[in-house]
Design a protein around this ligand. Structure first.
Ligand code: 5AD
Length: 432
């Protein structure tokens, strides 16, 4: 009977998915009658904001199907893992996590275990999960997350294993249900995928070529979010932005400008399309034109062929720009990328050089943070402090965190906070 209904599914999207959301709700109810409890779900997200955003969409779909969100991964009826593969330790972390679930409880035939995201787009990963983690019964990739309702329907209708991984993206599908972790802040995609092909990076291979969304769709989404009470929307950077930022008090004072390396020679081998001098020019222009704006960055140490002299150049940029924060990574060899076949650096040397970079970054960002002590800032209140529930945790316009005493009712509001004490990477303050 169910198969017959599935054949009636519309061909066009998103209509097709709304059909499966309805069908899925019926199948979920039948399952609930059989199991005598409401069906719950849990989504675990690894990796970046793109994955976080995808997870919000998938949670929206599961909510629409009538599944109930539950905090406990071990007891949920449907568990979904959204994976990351940017560095090899991301893969290892995920396999470790899956391994820890490989028990009788998880092999329960009524449980649905779904795995999706960047790792699934990588050669060999699906096969490895099929052979080593047999309790996984739905697998899909990055290009078809909007199809979650359809895949869950197939599973609920009796298929043992559902696998749907596409090599390439098809159309961008808009208007799929989504939820937000916080009612007052949201991420908005302006594009998907990447065309830069940095030689170390796996992203273009697992997320596909760059596709921009229509400007009008982006605007419409931002307007809708604002009308729903959202106060913070996260987008991306363009050159023109510096001028626009100068004249606007609605744009947060934070720019993430990934450096990767300060050596022009290494930047060229990375296919980054800018030199040390060009990077410095842009970063120092931001410092001059937007002095209250925090600049953060990403740095990779140990790219093939990198020498201590190249690392000296990176440290030189760190000292000149004085980053407010930096994510520092040890280069990780990713299969299929051009850098994987270049001559790799001795891991012992990489460790040493990495520590030098880390020290330089920490010194600068600590000193930069201390400069704000005593100032009063607008702070968007995010949440109750995780360690001490008498405190609130919020972020300043430059994205730095501040903890201060206050009432729960202020969550989602913008308040004035004096920065009393700098603790390195965060502040302790008081409301004024
Ligand atoms: N090894 C180490 N770091 C990497 N990144 C991307 N690919 C790799 C890799 N193979 C880092 C870059 C990027 C951030 C998201 O991850 O610094 O900006």
């Amino acid at each position: 009977m169910n198969d017959l209904k599935f054949e009636m599914a519309p061909e066009t999207e998103p209509e097709r998915q709304y059909f499966f959301i309805e069908q899925g709700a019926v199948l979920r109810k039948q399952k609930e009658e059989e199991l005598k409890h409401p069906l719950t779900y849990h989504v675990t997200t690894f990796g970046c904001q793109m994955n976080a955003k995808d997870s919000e969409k998938m949670k929206g779909i599961l909510n629409e199907m009538g599944f109930i969100n539950c905090d406990d991964e071990k007891s949920a009826d449907l568990v979904l893992f959204n994976t990351c593969t940017i560095r090899d330790n991301a893969n290892q972390k995920f396999y470790g996590h899956l391994g820890s679930l490989n028990d009788k409880n998880h092999r329960n035939k009524d449980r649905i275990t779904a795995v999706c995201g960047c790792m699934m787009q990588e050669k060999g990963c699906v096969e490895k999960i099929r052979s080593s983690y047999k309790f996984v019964n739905i697998i899909f990739g990055t290009h078809n997350i909007y199809k979650l309702a359809e895949l869950v329907c197939l599973k609920l209708a009796g298929e043992d294993f559902v696998c749907d991984v596409w090599d390439k993206p098809k159309d961008i599908v808009e208007d799929i249900p989504s939820i937000r972790k916080y009612p007052f802040k949201a991420g908005v995609n302006i594009m998907y995928g990447c065309n830069n092909y940095c030689t170390y990076c796996i992203v273009p291979y697992v997320r596909g070529a760059e596709r921009s969304r229509e400007a009008k769709e982006i605007l419409m989404e931002c307007e809708k979010l604002a009308s729903e009470g959202v106060k913070e929307v996260m987008l991306d950077l363009s050159d023109e932005l510096i001028t626009v930022m100068k004249g606007s008090n609605k744009i947060c004072r934070h720019i993430h400008l990934p450096l990767q390396s300060g050596s022009s020679r290494i930047l060229k081998a990375m296919n980054r399309r800018y030199s040390k001098e060009q990077y410095l020019e842009l970063a120092l222009k931001i410092r001059k034109e937007l002095p209250d704006t925090a600049i953060t960055t990403d740095i990779i140490v140990g790219f093939p062929g990198e020498t201590p002299e190249d690392v000296d150049e990176t440290i030189d940029v760190i000292k000149k720009v004085r980053f407010d924060g930096a994510f520092t990574f040890i280069y990780s060899k990713r299969a299929g990328t051009p850098a994987a076949s270049m001559e790799q650096v001795d891991p012992e040397l990489v460790k040493k050089e990495f520590n030098r970079v880390l020290e330089a970054v920490n010194k600068e960002s600590k000193e930069m943070a201390a400069l704000n002590t005593g100032k009063t800032e607008d702070v968007l209140v995010d949440d109750i402090n995780e360690q001490d529930e008498r405190l609130l945790t919020g972020r300043m316009s430059n994205n730095m965190t501040v903890h201060f005493p206050g009432e729960r009712s202020l969550i989602g509001k913008i308040v004035n906070v004096r920065l009393d004490e700098c603790k390195g990477f965060y502040y302790v303050g008081s409301m004024v």
